[in-house]
Design a protein. Sequence first.
Length: 392
Amino acid sequence: MGNGTSNRVIVKAVKKSLISINSGFVNITCKIAKMCGYEGLTDAYMKSMVKCYEKNTDYYAAYKIIAKKSEKVFSIEESNDYDRQVGIIIQGPLVLKDHFTLETIRIYRKLFPSAKVILSTWENENKEELELIAKEKNCTIVTSKIPDDPGVLNVNLQCISTRSGILKAEELELKYVAKTRTDWRMYHQGAIRFMIHLLEIFPCKEYLFKQKQRIITMDIATDETSILFYPFWISDIFQFGEIQDMKNYWNHPVSKQGKMTKGGLDEYIRTNKYSWSRRAKEGLLIEARLAIDYYRRMTGNEPIVTVDEYWKFMKGYFIVVPRSMIGGYWFKYEERRILESMDWGTCFKNDSQDSLLTYNFDFVFWLNLLSNDLNYDDSYKTMCDRRSYVYR
């Protein structure tokens, strides 16, 4: 065993031991705080951890707490005409841990009392949980049969459940839909009105095809990397738009490429040295796959998969909002939801800045682009030709 390998083994063992010791202190602190009925004790511990981190590193740190359950969410929001026009589609398999999906619906009932919540899930989901959800006011459940072929990274599953939810919203004669997931939620009580106002303030700049209003998407990537230079990356975690526009976007044909998991796909693109642009062109980047197919279906033409064309498309038909504006929270990836700087595009000292681009396509960049303050340069082509995998 070489020195390098030996050192990594030692570091890994030390890391595991330290995490175990710290977890023990946290558990004890939480139990004492619960016994005493004083949550401030836990906060004091967390603050001391932040101070220690700042004292011993070159970084500042912060932490925040997010309510797990609806009973900890408070709102003065009342029924209003904005919410009544909206269907909040929650698509995907139920998240049973902490009753996450159920509690999300209950939270929406508090924050958006007039909106219709549409859970679009699968026929084989947990019956007991579905029975609890069915009791929630203003909530409709739509179930679909799981297809034999889930598609690359479950693209068929996502499209089928999303379309089923949109069709139900159409049946309910709603004007707008928010496409969300069973492992994601938003906490800002003014989010729906905010997004409707955005659509009113920023009409489409139709240079390719007709679209009633812009589609709002979110500034979050599923890798530790930039999306500003990744052609046609449009987040599929959250979207908001006029119902016909959303119906058109999610009318993606069934994928026949066969099942491919994230691990299998990562290995495939690493072995074959894929660039981001090549991955987008070949449909192996699901966010880009959906956007490119939408472009293709609406124009009848094959898009030029470049940063330049991507920016034009975003400038004409979409709005990018930061998740902080709507209180977005993604439960899926533990490391990502704990280390939020990953979503900001922060580059740490152990990362290679040559390979880890640090530009997230957020509202700031989008508005600068719309205002012609951010302009394409030919040098950006090299950005999307880089290899599309980055690992810590």
